[in-house]
Design a protein around this ligand. Structure first.
Ligand code: APR
Ligand code: ZN
Ligand code: ZN
Length: 366
């Protein structure tokens, strides 16, 4: 058993607390990870606000990289000393979704079976099955993906959630390739990652849309070829105009990524895509939101695909090492997502800054 510092949300809306937690030694199939870096994500805030479920207290943090300290019986995939990026869930390999290859729709995922606890023995619910705002965390070994050990933990840990969601929404779900036009609506961390992913595979034009001019500047730095301030102009018309200039007869973008998670921006995405184009919803809507009222004839007439992207449709063991290698080669600027490195005691302040929208990511470095 290990006594370490961890950041816990005890109840709905309460500020998070830095406390001592107990982390068991790894049992069969489990790994103990010494956390080196963990990004602060909107989902951590949603957990704190009770928006995910009521299983308080939560051990927050889920965008993490670290070093495996020990493994339990039967673990073969990773070993002590391995540098790993953590993913949400270890898949079963047996269910219908796994057998079909849709691994992250596995309904039978394995997380660590032993529980981390508060000092009084209260069991903690680790955020997204990880709980990495802690000096050490216990996960299923299958949640650990080994990557190049020379990579900066604060940068590659972000592949564990938001950056992977954005890159994957473009290149996995949206199947963006060179020669395709892309528009990304919403240029927060996720949208900008979709832009970086599109640039990585050589798409053009890459049109960034946001209502905040500052976000559009960042989007440009990360590979957007055009920016559209949709608080000033009609985003749909602008996307159509730009794509029409690039490709004769184009009526919109081949792929439109919606990275806000709202009906009105999804509707923009719907009408801004070219005939037979693809819409990818990666922004997370709230449960009360409805699909916008659209003429069914428009759905029929425009063809193409209306998709959503969960975790960027990633396969961690394929995508994490590949993206870390591209980062190491200077082809994917993961450092640009790290706005600031902070201490484990500074998470409340990071939540505040997230509200103001002036950070892509604050990353706790341990
Ligand atoms: N049109 C265009 N952009 C918008 C609009 C709008 N109507 N409303 C908000 N935005 C922009 C914001 O200005 C911001 O740049 O969307 C971006 C959202 O970014 P973040 O809040 O940083 O969120 P991010 O981490 O990128 O996640 C995107 O997925 O995980 C969820 O809760 C998260 O729904 C959010 C989405
Ligand atoms: Zn499965
Ligand atoms: Zn996240």
């Amino acid at each position: 058993m290990h006594q370490v510092k961890g950041v816990v949300a005890r109840g709905k809306g309460q500020p998070v607390e830095l406390v001592t937690i107990n982390v068991p030694d790894p049992g069969p199939g489990e790994a103990l990870v010494k956390v080196q870096a963990c990004g602060v994500c909107h989902t951590d805030l949603h957990y704190r606000e009770g928006g995910i479920n009521d299983d308080f207290p939560f051990l927050l943090g889920h965008e993490a990289a670290g070093v495996v300290e020990a493994v339990g019986e039967g673990v073969t995939g990773v070993a002590p000393g391995d540098f790993v990026v953590l993913n949400w869930r270890a898949v079963c390999g047996e269910c219908r979704a796994c057998k079909r290859g849709d691994l992250h729709y596995c309904f039978n995922t394995h997380n660590a079976t032993q529980k981390m606890t508060l000092e009084d023995g209260t069991e903690l619910s680790p955020a997204l099955g990880i709980g990495a705002f802690a000096e050490k965390t216990l996960v299923a070994a299958g949640q650990c993906t080994k990557v190049d050990p020379d990579a900066r933990p604060a940068a590659v840990g972000l592949l564990g959630c938001g950056v992977m969601a954005g890159i994957g929404a473009a290149i996995n779900t949206g199947a963006v390739t060179r020669g395709k036009s892309v528009a990304v609506i919403g240029c927060g961390g996720v949208g900008v990652a979709a832009i970086a992913g599109s640039a990585l595979v050589g798409a053009s034009p890459i049109i960034a849309v946001d209502i905040d001019p500052q976000k559009l500047e960042t989007a440009k730095r990360m590979g957007a070829t055009h920016t559209v301030d949709s608080s000033q102009v009609d985003a749909v018309e602008e996307i159509k105009r730009i794509c029409g200039e690039f490709f004769d007869g184009a009526d919109g973008a081949d792929v439109v990524v919606e990275a806000v998670g709202r009906p009105e921006t999804w509707k923009q995405a719907f009408y801004a895509r070219d005939l037979a184009g693809t819409v990818v919803l990666v922004g997370v809507p709230t449960p009360d939101m409805k699909v916008p009222d659209l003429p069914l004839i428009d759905v029929f007439g425009r063809g193409g695909a209306l998709k959503s992207s969960w975790y960027g449709d990633c396969l961690p063991t394929r995508d994490f090492p590949m993206l870390v290698d591209l980062y190491r080669q200077g082809r994917l600027d993961l450092d640009a997502f790290v706005t600031e490195e902070i201490g484990i005691g500074d998470i409340e302040a990071a939540f505040e800054r997230m509200h103001h929208g002036d950070v892509l990511r604050s990353v706790v470095v341990l």
